[in-house]
Design a protein around this ligand. Structure first.
Ligand code: HSE
Length: 446
C-alpha cells in the first residue's frame, strides 16, 4: 500500500475496519453474522482488520431469525446494500440464480469483493461472475459452495492449481450418504434395508428436505460436480453438462451383493479428464466402491473428496458438507481472505476458462452391477446372457438369489461401454421372462 492509512483506518490506529453487507439471513447468513461478531476480536488481533456487520438485507423484515439484527442494520433493500459506498465487502446467502446474480454483478461493479455459498448460481452462470470479478479486480470467493466445511475449493484454486488433475471422486451430498449408510447398516445387521424408511429418518433428523428430489436425484451433487470440474480443469462446465442418476432405485439386494463382493455402495460425484482427448466427463450416480478405498469409510452425513493428479498422486479431504456452522465457517474464511486482499489491493482468480468438450455418458466405460427379477425356469439364464453377448458386454460374475417368485439374477460385467450396457438393458426389458430390470450400479475407484 502506498497511502499511510488503510481503507477504514480513519483513526490511524493501524486497524482497518471493513464493513460487511450480508444478503439473506437464513441458516447460513445468521450463522455467519454470529461468527463475525464472536470472532471479530481474534481476527483483528491476527490481521489488523476489524470486520463489522453493517447491513443485513432480508426479504421478510418480520420473519423470526436465529440471530439478533438491529433495526439500523436490517434492510429490505438488497440493491442498496451492494451499491452503498460505505459497504466494503458483500456476502451473498440468499440462494437461487436471480436476484443473486444481479446483486453480485452490482456489488463487483461497485468495487466490492463478494463471498457466496450459492452452488446453483455458480454451476449455471459461474463463468460470467468469475469474469466480472476479474474485470473489477475484486475477489469472488465460494469455498462453501462445494462440500461446505471442507476447505476443498481453495485447494483446487491454489494448492493444486498447477496440477494436471485427472479425476476427482467425491461423496458430496450428505443426505444421500446418510441414507445409503443406514441402508447398508441394516443389510449388515440382517434387517430390512428400506430406502423409504431411511429417507424418512433423514428427514426427521433434518438432513433431507421435505421434497428430497434435489438431493436424492443428484441435482445438488451435480451442481457441486460442475463447479469442481470448472475449477479443477479450468474449463466452463455447467450443471446441464452433468449426467445424473439418483439413489431411489438402489435396493437392499444391491447393497447385499456389493458387500458380498467386497464393495460399499456410495453416491459419487465424479469429474474426469481424458488425458488423450482432453474430454471431460462429469457425472453423479450410485457406485460400488471397493471397501478398501478411503471413500468407503465415509459414513453418515459426512462428505469426502478424493483427488487424483499426475504429480500429487492422490489426496483425500474429509468433513462436514452441510449445515449452518460448517457452511458459515467456510464463508467466514473467505471473508477474511477477501478482506486481506482488499486491504492489500489484490484479488484471487480462477483464471481464464476454456470451452469444455464434454464426453457423452454413452462413451464412458465402467464395470456394472445389474439385478434382474426373472421367471425361475429353465433357459432364462441362457436367454439373458444371450442379450449381454449380443451387445458385446462380457460378464465377470453371475448368481441367482431367491427362488420361484423371488428369483433374481445378479450380474457384474467386465469393463463395458455405457452405450452397450444401455442397449443390453433396453433389450432385457423386452424379454417376457424378465419382470424387472433394476438400476445400474457402476463399479468405481479401482
Ligand atoms: N443438501 C446438501 C447435502 C447440502 O445433503 O449434502 C447442501 O448442498
Amino acid at each position: 500500500m502506498t497511502n499511510d492509512l488503510a481503507p477504514g483506518d480513519a483513526e490511524g490506529d493501524g486497524v482497518t475496519t471493513l464493513r460487511v453487507g450480508v444478503l439473506g439471513c437464513g441458516n447460513v447468513g445468521a450463522a455467519l453474522v454470529d461468527i463475525v461478531r464472536t470472532r471479530a476480536d481474534a481476527v483483528e488481533q491476527r490481521t489488523g482488520i476489524r470486520l463489522e456487520i453493517a447491513r443485513v438485507a432480508v426479504r421478510n423484515m418480520s420473519a423470526p431469525r436465529d440471530v439478533e439484527v438491529g433495526d439500523d442494520v436490517l434492510t429490505h433493500h438488497a440493491l442498496d446494500v451492494v451499491t452503498d459506498p460505505d459497504i466494503d465487502l458483500v456476502v451473498e446467502s440468499i440462494g437461487g440464480i436471480e436476484p443473486a446474480r444481479e446483486l453480485i454483478l452490482a456489488a463487483l461493479a461497485h468495487g466490492k469483493p463478494v463471498v457466496t455459498a450459492n452452488k446453483e448460481l455458480l454451476a449455471n452462470v459461474g463463468a460470467e461472475l468469475y469474469a466480472a470479478a476479474d474485470a473489477a479486480g475484486r475477489d469472488l470467493l465460494f469455498e462453501a459452495a462445494v462440500a461446505a466445511g471442507i476447505p476443498f475449493v481453495r485447494v483446487l484454486r491454489e494448492s493444486l492449481y498447477g496440477e494436471p488433475i485427472t479425476r476427482v471422486l467425491g461423496i458430496i451430498n450428505g443426505t444421500t450418504n446418510y441414507i445409503l449408510t443406514k441402508m447398508t447398516d441394516a443389510v449388515v445387521a440382517g434387517g430390512d434395508a428400506d430406502y423409504g424408511a431411511a429417507l424418512k429418518d433423514a428427514q426427521a433428523l433434518g438432513f433431507a428436505e421435505r421434497d428430497p428430489t434435489a438431493d436424492v436425484e443428484g441435482y445438488d451433487a451435480g451442481a457441486k460436480a460442475a463447479i469442481i470440474a470448472t475449477v479443477a480443469f479450468g474449463k466452463k462446465v455447467v450443471a446441464g453438462d452433468v449426467y445424473h442418476q439418483g439413489i431411489s432405485d438402489v435396493t437392499a439386494s444391491d447393497l447385499a451383493i456389493a458387500r458380498r463382493l467386497g464393495y460399499v455402495v456410495k453416491m459419487l460425484g465424479i469429474v474426469e479428464r481424458d488425458p488423450d482427448s482432453d474430454e471431460i466427463s462429469v457425472r453423479v450416480h450410485p457406485a460400488m466402491v471397493p471397501d478398501q478405498h478411503p471413500l468407503a469409510t465415509v459414513r453418515d452425513s459426512f462428505n469426502a473428496v478424493f483427488v487424483e493428479g499426475d504429480y500429487v498422486d492422490s489426496a483425500l479431504f474429509y468433513g462436514r458438507g452441510a449445515g449452518g456452522g460448517p457452511t458459515a465457517s467456510a464463508v467466514f474464511g473467505d471473508l477474511i481472505d477477501a478482506a486481506k486482499n482488499l486491504r492489500s489491493g489484490t484479488h484471487g482468480s480462477v483464471g481464464t476458462l476454456g470451452k469444455a468438450t464434454i464426453k457423452p455418458i454413452d462413451e464412458t466405460s465402467a464395470e456394472y452391477l445389474l439385478g434382474l427379477d426373472v421367471a425361475d425356469q429353465p433357459g432364462v439364464l441362457h436367454a439373458v446372457t444371450g442379450v449381454f453377448s449380443k451387445h458385446g458386454v462380457s460378464i465377470r460374475a453371475a448368481e441367482q438369489e431367491g427362488n420361484g417368485p423371488d428369483a433374481r439374477l445378479v450380474f457384474i460385467t467386465h469393463e463395458a461401454r455405457e452405450k452397450d450396457v444401455q442397449a443390453t438393458v433396453r433389450e432385457l426389458n423386452g424379454l417376457d421372462v424378465v419382470y424387472k430390470v433394476g438400476g445400474l450400479i457402476r463399479v468405481i475407484g479401482n
